[in-house]
Design a protein around this ligand. Structure first.
Ligand code: URA
Length: 212
């Protein structure tokens, strides 16, 4: 299956009651070959209206954080744990997260990101640490199935509590470093050996820029 077929499947999903209340399914958007995927919680009112993730106030703040970290939204892929807006912007219920999980898992399989940023507790709990506290775990990098996960606060939390801005900025600085080093590493593996006169042997000799 390709991403477009998966999108069509998601658009016609009736797997949980959220679809009945939502205007549209917000599948996700961005670079289908992104090395970096951002995962939020679920669409809000503006996203439900636009059919696009992170376009409301939290999305605009996210855009500013990304720009400050030198990351272009177009190079990433952005999606949510649930693809339909929970009524009144409540958190998605565990059964709704479970119903939507196969779509996200298929997105991850198709896009094959090297890094996934969990934006907030709902994403962190669904993908990495059920029941954990984002306040305790934010800033952590966790590797699972060859993918490096960064846990950080949801941008909406920063709108409610400005003291979270500094730690999130630290997280995005760390993200930039790890993401750029992944790109250098990938380039070194893709760059044909003959142009490097045999010096390109895996990542040996390359300085890792980011923490492991
Ligand atoms: N909050 C989210 O978690 N996702 C969006 O797309 C918008 C707001």
């Amino acid at each position: 299956m390709d991403l477009e077929t998966l999108r069509e499947k998601a658009l016609s999903c009736q797997g949980c009651p959220l679809r009945r209340h939502a205007r549209q399914v917000v599948f996700g958007e961005g670079n289908p070959r992104a090395d970096l995927m951002l995962v939020g919680e679920g669409p809000g009112a503006q996203e439900d209206e636009a059919g696009r993730p992170f376009v409301g106030p939290a999305g605009q703040l996210l855009d500013r954080i990304l720009a400050a970290a030198g990351l272009q939204r177009a190079e990433l892929y952005i999606t949510n744990i649930v693809k339909c807006r929970p009524p009144g912007n409540r958190q998605p219920l565990p059964a709704e997260v479970q119903a939507c999980r196969p779509i996200l898992e298929a997105q991850i399989k198709l896009i094959q990101p090297r890094i996934i940023v969990c934006l907030g507790a709902v994403a962190m709990r669904a993908l990495i640490a059920p029941g954990a506290s984002i306040t305790r775990l934010r800033g952590q990098w966790i590797t699972r199935d060859g993918i490096r996960y960064l846990l950080t606060f949801h941008p909406a939390a920063l709108l409610r509590d400005a003291s979270k801005k500094r730690p999130v900025w630290e997280d995005f600085k760390s993200l930039r470093q790890v993401y750029r080093s992944e790109q250098v590493e990938q380039l070194s593996m893709e760059f044909p050996d003959k142009y490097l006169g045999g010096v390109n042997r895996g990542s040996a000799g390359l300085t890792r820029l980011g923490p492991r």
